[in-house]
Design a protein around this ligand. Structure first.
Ligand code: C2O
Length: 575
């Protein structure tokens, strides 16, 4: 009382130093949360097979990161394994913190054995579920975990408050060492060996041979409550359908942006995508069990992907029900769409609408058209190759299979060594045009290079990504680092620049970081290049990434101090 109002800020600042006033601190600037990630080997047994896997702190899947919007995360990663490691915080915008983004040889050199690196970044304007994963070779097969971003203090969800929140992470499990799997594939030119199982929260479930009862994910629920499932597809190579017998979901979020809610009984999710969905449990008073199941969507040839099914169990009022594989296998499987249900996928993508007033750019400074798809490389002399017609599989964007440099692009750019490391002439349009989704051309060869697109700060970008039918039309989930983009249009066949833009949604498009380029179709996205740095864009199907379906955008600094990328931290790893 009686304090002149001009003194108030000073008093608040002083009192914050002297006392514990978390509300003020949290609401204004967020708190700093420290995590330590010891990357180490851990023996894990699945399907009667024990193997040593790369983990965070011995945990599989990795530990949860929990923060509120506005918080700073400081994560010290220490590498105790023989492999090079880097970690990507998938979907975090990394505004002016590109040094913490993580893709090896793009924003940083990997962390070598015995070395460490502190990832330091702030979560700005994002609430929902994201995830982290290793971003070098195929290490992410076992190194992944959820990032849970709660709303700011005193802010609530734009939907009913859930009774409980549960991460549901899909993964893919190989009995063999996954580094051997990818090395062999790259050597022979063939597709990689299929995984042996899909997993829910690391557990394959009873439909696989030699699965112990402990290897089934069980979700115990109370009747009549709302559960928030935080769904993450961390599988390496497969898009998935997910369903629970006799239940429906309300989809409220995609890639940590709010949606206009919609109901569904079957979720479709690509590698890299995340989604929050509400599950309202039934009013059942007795004990009851329902199966949940996930299996792939794929248009690839039979045998070239893992077509198995992971199941888990939704359990009501489970006080002391017996649990055996036989009892679980007797439950009805939820009827999932056909494995090649491309029309289900197209309808699904059309349901997504952003909730908040959209910031989608209404005008566009720079337009791009990229073909994405598979291709081939000739077999080296003195070798026999096992890819298509004795060649090696490859993959490309605008027919360029991206060669990873031996030093990080962002480092090269920051230290003015661009010319030695990458070229800036990535083509805005395909250099040779053909009927992208028609009969494939005879020549399926790709070219190679380390090329980027340079964007001025704050440019508005429209990118049409066109799938090709070369060596099979497949859905390619394209992931952009450093930004969310708006999905303004999609279609089947070839994009028509004369007629298709008239149907773009510039009102309430979904905002996300990973979108499927439909098999034999196209997708159009827009974003604003408001984040200086070098940003990777790639197919999140790991084998396509390995084959070169990747490129990068180099976004220049703006004029103002707060539009520039700060210098790298002193512990940035060296190559
Ligand atoms: Cu989740 Cu570059 O990836």
């Amino acid at each position: 009382m009686g304090v002149p109002s001009t003194f108030l800020p000073a008093i608040l600042i002083i009192s914050c130093f002297m006392c514990f006033c978390p509300d003020l601190a949290n609401a204004a600037t967020g708190v700093t949360r420290h995590y330590k990630f010891n990357i180490r080997l851990q023996n894990v047994t699945r399907l009667c097979n024990t193997k040593s896997i790369i983990t965070v702190n011995g945990k599989f899947p990795g530990p949860r990161i929990i923060a509120r919007e506005g918080d700073r995360l400081v994560i010290k990663v220490v590498n105790h394994v023989p492999n090079n490691i880097s970690i990507h915080w998938h979907g975090i915008r990394q505004l002016r913190s590109g040094w913490a983004d993580g893709p090896a040889y793009i924003t940083q050199c990997p962390i070598q054995t015995g070395q460490s690196y502190v990832y330091n970044f702030t979560i700005i304007g994002q609430t929902g579920t994201l995830w982290y994963h290793a971003h070098v070779s195929w290490i992410r097969a076992t190194l992944y975990g959820p990032i849970i971003i709660l709303p700011r203090l005193n802010t609530s969800y734009p939907f009913v408050k859930p009774y409980k929140e549960v991460p549901i992470i899909f993964g893919e499990w190989w009995k063999a060492d996954t580094e051997a799997v990818i090395n062999q594939a790259l050597q022979t030119g063939a597709g990689p060996n299929n995984s042996d199982a899909y997993t829910i929260n690391g557990l394959p479930g009873p439909l696989y041979n030699c699965s112990s009862p402990k290897e089934t994910f069980r979700l115990n629920v109370k009747p009549g409550k709302t559960y928030l499932l935080r769904i993450i597809n961390a599988a390496l190579n497969d898009e998935l359908f997910f369903k629970i017998t006799n239940h429906t979901f309300t989809v409220v979020d995609a890639d940590a942006t709010y949606l206009k809610p919609f109901e569904t009984d079957t979720i479709y999710i690509t590698p890299g995508q995340t989604s929050n969905v509400l599950l309202k449990t039934k009013n059942i008073t007795s004990s009851a069990r329902f199966l949940m199941a996930a299996r792939p969507y794929s248009t690839a040839a039979a045998g070239t992907f893992d077509n198995t099914t992971v199941v888990g169990v939704l359990e009501y009022n489970n006080h002391n029900m017996q649990f055996s594989n036989a009892s679980i296998k007797g439950l009805p499987l939820p009827p999932l769409p056909a494995i090649n249900a491309t029309s289900y996928v197209a309808n699904w993508t059309n349901k997504f609408r952003g909730l908040q007033p959209s910031k989608v750019p209404q005008t566009v400074d720079n337009r791009y058209f990229f073909t994405v798809g598979l291709g081939s490389d000739p077999c080296p002399k003195n070798q026999t190759c096992q890819g298509p017609n004795g060649t090696k599989f490859s993959a490309s964007v605008n027919n360029i299979s991206f060669t990873l440099p031996t030093t990080a692009l962002l480092q090269a750019r920051f230290f003015g060594q661009t010319n030695k490391v990458f070229a800036t002439n990535f083509p805005a349009f395909p250099l040779s045009q053909f009927n992208y989704t028609g009969t494939p051309p005879n020549n399926t060869r790709v070219t190679h290079g380390t090329k980027v697109v340079v964007l001025p700060y704050n440019a508005t970008v429209e990118l049409v990504m066109q799938g090709t039918s070369i060596l099979g039309a497949e859905n390619h989930p394209l992931h952009l680092h450093g930004f969310n983009f708006y999905v303004v249009g999609q279609g089947t066949g070839n994009f028509n620049s004369a007629t298709d833009p008239a149907n773009f949604n510039l009102v309430d498009p979904v905002e996300r970081n990973t979108v499927g380029v439909p098999a034999g179709g196209w997708v159009a996205i827009r974003f604003r290049a408001d984040n200086p740095g070098v940003w990777f864009m790639h197919c999140h199907i790991e084998i396509h990434l390995s084959w070169g379906l990747r490129m990068a955008w180099a976004v220049m600094d703006g004029k103002l101090p707060n539009q520039k990328l700060p210098p790298p931290p002193s512990d940035l790893p060296k190559c």
